[in-house]
Design a protein around this ligand. Structure first.
Ligand code: ARG
Length: 466
């Protein structure tokens, strides 16, 4: 049997939990990483307790110094975490109280229920800011790669079949757009994370005149005007984890986008495509086949999407059917949340690094993009310009494609006579359609992969990602 812990287990318990119970219920093995935020939260709470007369100035000073020392020891790796003290909150408070008698007053008007809600919100706020920064770096890497290869054209694909020509930059900028929306979603999620729950107590607030707004302001839970943002219902505040679900959902969508990008990279680096080359340091070899260079960063990024989805599902399931208010089940939120934050951030960072070390094989891209079949739609548009209905033009060009297949020629090798045998509307200028440069120059409406428009979009992103 363990000795009872010095902080939370009061006279009511004859003995501490058994070793198996302690091991089953502890969270210090993973929530230790909230220490920085736990200390900051406690300092603000203590400052508030002094303001309302619960602590003297000397007591506040002793508590603050004690917490600072403990923080330094944790940062230096010298602090001894004790599993029998269950979690990060009790470990820090117990050690503080051992050193500073006034530490016993720190938990006044506070419960671990509002404390853990606070710590996770503080931690997640920082994570969101960091992740948003990493996303911007990935956007930059994509824009840079596009800008450095602004002339390179590749086939665009639908159904994995060659469809129409696009600039490589246009393809890469599609991901920049996705990541931009991810950043917006993160910023939006931040607003709901950025609400201070402290003062909610275990479930029903406190009989003491806590100054919630003071604490919120100290911890930066403020709106654009500097006004404190605090939760408005104590029961909601201690049991709400939607903000964590939201973050995991945003993370899942980021993982989807990364996974799609990873899949493109994996295809492009294959001998069949050969569009790109990844620097050695960002590939791995095979233990058996000496010729192999594998795109493992992209594959793992794609693979890790599974656990990021799993984390979201785990959190949703955790919350479903939980009676009000705090239940110990909620302790299970942290590992899922941490894992999503760590996994997504690492994936974003490594994908950016890999792209910064990727070169484009312009020759292979040009060869693939020179397939005249990519401009079959342009030939239909040519007939439309001559006054033909598009449905009919589509049919006519279909017959032209069939003819080319039959006679074993590429589309642009057909003679005017052969074209006119399919339809008289074709004129001497029809074959000009297969000039790739001209074809791309013509696609200049907003969002199209035309020469001018892609340059404009590149410039726009370069300016906004400065
Ligand atoms: N370790 C707990 C968690 O992560 C902290 C809150 C515990 N509260 C309690 N009343 N047992 O949720």
């Amino acid at each position: 049997m363990k000795k009872s812990s010095p902080v939370s287990r009061s006279g009511r318990f004859a003995s501490g939990p058994g070793a198996d119970v302690a091991q089953f219920t502890e969270s210090i093995s993973f929530d230790w990483r909230l220490w920085r935020h736990d200390i900051v939260g406690s300092m603000s709470h203590a400052a508030m307790l002094q303001k309302i007369g619960v602590l003297t100035g000397a007591e506040l000073k002793a508590i603050s110094q004690g917490l600072e020392e403990i923080g330094q020891e944790i940062a230096d790796g010298k602090f001894r975490w004790k599993a029998e003290l269950e979690d990060v909150h009790m470990n820090i408070e117990a050690e503080l109280t051992r050193r500073v008698p006034a530490g016993a007053k720190l938990h006044t008007g506070r419960s671990r229920n509002d404390q853990v809600a606070l710590d996770v919100r503080l931690w997640l706020r920082d994570e969101i800011v960091e992740l948003a920064g990493e996303l911007r770096l990935l956007q930059r890497a994509l824009v840079d790669l596009g800008a450095q290869n602004a002339e390179v054209v590749i086939p665009g694909y639908t159904h994995m079949q060659r469809a129409q020509p696009v600039y490589l930059a246009h393809h890469l900028l599609a991901y920049v757009e996705m990541l931009e929306r991810d950043e917006q979603r993160l910023a939006n999620c931040f607003e709901r994370v950025n609400v201070c729950p402290l003062g909610s107590g275990a479930i029903a607030g406190s009989t003491l005149p806590l100054d919630r707004e003071f604490v919120a302001k100290q911890l930066g839970f403020v709106d654009a005007k500097g006004k404190a943002i605090v939760t408005q219902n104590s029961m909601d505040a201690v049991s709400d984890r939607d903000f964590a679900v939201e973050f995991c959902a945003v993370g899942a969508l980021i993982a989807v986008h990364l996974s799609r990008l990873a899949e493109d990279v994996i295809l492009w680096v294959s001998s069949e495509f050969n569009f790109i080359k990844i620097a050695d340091a960002y590939t791995t070899g095979s233990s058996l086949m000496p010729q192999k260079k594998n795109p493992d960063i992209a594959e793992l990024t794609r693979g890790k999407t599974g656990r990021v989805f799993g984390n979201l599902m785990a959190l949703l399931t955790l919350l479903k059917g939980l009676p009000m208010t705090y239940n110990r089940d909620l302790q299970e939120d942290k590992e899922r949340l941490f894992d999503t934050a760590d996994t997504v951030r690492a994936s974003v960072r490594l994908m950016a690094a890999m792209l910064q070390n990727t070169t484009i094989n312009a020759k292979a891209c040009t060869t693939a993009a020179s397939d005249p079949a990519l401009l079959a739609t342009d030939l239909a548009d040519y007939l439309v310009r001559k006054g033909m209905a598009f449905r009919q033009a589509h049919h006519v060009v279909g017959a032209v494609v069939a003819l080319a297949e039959r006679v074993g020629k590429a589309l642009n090798q057909l003679t005017l006579g052969e074209l006119q045998a399919v339809d008289k509307t074709f004129g001497a200028d029809a074959l000009g359609v297969f000039d790739l440069k001209r074809a791309l120059a013509q696609r200049n409406m907003t969002g199209a992969p035309g020469t001018k428009e892609v340059r404009r979009q590149l410039a726009r992103w370069q300016a906004s990602l400065k």
